[in-house]
Design a binder for this molecule. Structure first.
Ligand code: PGA
Length: 257
């Protein structure tokens, strides 16, 4: 399996302390050395509990957002990267389409959060993706170029080498309608080619994962694309078994490549 392989869960605004404990109990026996790097991104308040429960399991903990500010101060409600790291997290989702659409996150904010995450020792999982209207209007590449372009422009090569990129078409998120394996591969190859223009070595080492209705029954087909390095999983990450099934699908797909 390549070093790029990565499967992350995004619990969104779901879960409880009891759910975290039950999830980890069920996940533990499903983890083995053949699996890709894995992380579970939970609401801030559960980060510590998840990180403690996952101690020694080999699955990382993440938040679902991070402050764009790095220094402590008067930023009510914000959680900094160093606070996440202090609570045992090593990842954070940044620029998820729900945050872009519902909480006004602009490309500039996404860049600030990406950089702040890295500065605080957190790996940002930076999300990009088009809406259905944009796809229908043939604007996919333009939208992705704008979203990814901001990150490429705002970050140094060193910073870029520390991110995970997630392609999440908005029309596929939580809809049960995932991108086809061909669509995912086509866009992932496009994203990688855009990064290659900046730095070839970087484009070859960067993990680009797909997100949007990934389930145990479609994961292996989606992972078949050479440029699809894994998944950011929403709904199917709430159950340990389906999340583990997706990680195992990545492992078996990589084994056949
Ligand atoms: P989904 O969500 O797997 O429930 O479609 C993916 C995401 O939003 O990260």
């Amino acid at each position: 399996m390549t070093n790029r392989a990565f499967v992350a869960g995004n619990w969104k605004m779901n879960g409880s302390r009891a759910d975290i404990d039950a999830f980890v109990d069920q996940l533990k026996p499903r983890i083995d050395d053949h699996l890709p790097r894995m992380a579970v991104c939970v609401p801030f308040v559960y980060v510590s509990r998840l990180a403690e429960a996952l101690g020694g399991v080999g699955v990382a903990t993440g938040g679902q957002d991070v402050a764009g500010e790095t220094e402590p101060g008067a930023f009510t409600g914000e959680v900094s990267a160093s606070m996440l790291a202090d609570c045992g997290a090593t990842y954070a989702v940044v620029g998820h389409s729900e945050r872009r659409a519902m909480y006004g996150e602009t490309d500039d904010i996404v860049v600030a959060k990406t950089r702040a995450a890295i500065a605080g020792g957190i790996t940002p999982i930076v999300c990009v993706g088009e809406t259905l209207e944009q796809r229908d209007a043939d604007e996919v590449e333009a939208v992705l170029n704008r979203q990814l372009g901001a990150v490429l422009e705002g970050c140094s090569d060193e910073e870029l080498s520390k991110i995970v990129l997630a392609y999440e078409p908005v029309w596929a998120i939580g809809t049960g309608r995932s991108a086809t394996p061909e669509q995912a591969q086509e866009i992932h190859a496009f994203l990688r080619s855009q990064i290659a223009k900046r730095a070839d070595t970087l484009s070859r080492s960067l993990s680009i994962v797909y997100g949007g209705s990934v389930k145990p029954d479609n994961a292996k087909a989606i992972f078949a694309g050479d440029d699809v390095d894994g998944a950011l999983v929403g709904g199917a990450s709430l159950k340990a078994d389906s999340f583990a099934d997706i990680a195992h699908a990545m492992a078996s797909q990589s084994a056949t490549n």
